[in-house]
Design a protein around this ligand. Structure first.
Ligand SMILES: [Zn+2]
Length: 64
């Protein structure tokens, strides 16, 4: 289950000192990120739709 994070400087430095990109579509996330834990790692997305896309791609990656 994910959560919304407002990207203030403290969170940015916790995740990544540079910029945060959506791990599904690759867009830069300017202020609010949807963060969801995947296999013990926080993964950043634009929103829940991108998380669904990421999960879908992950299934495709593992199935061959
Ligand atoms: Zn996205």
């Amino acid at each position: 289950m994910g959560k919304w994070i407002h990207l203030d400087t403290s969170y940015k430095s916790y995740v990544n000192p540079e910029s945060l990109h959506c791990q599904a579509c690759g867009k830069m996330i300017p202020k609010d990120a949807w963060i969801s834990e995947k296999k013990g790692t926080d993964v950043s997305f634009c929103d829940e739709e991108c998380e669904k896309m990421y999960d879908y791609m992950a299934v495709r990656r593992t199935k061959k």
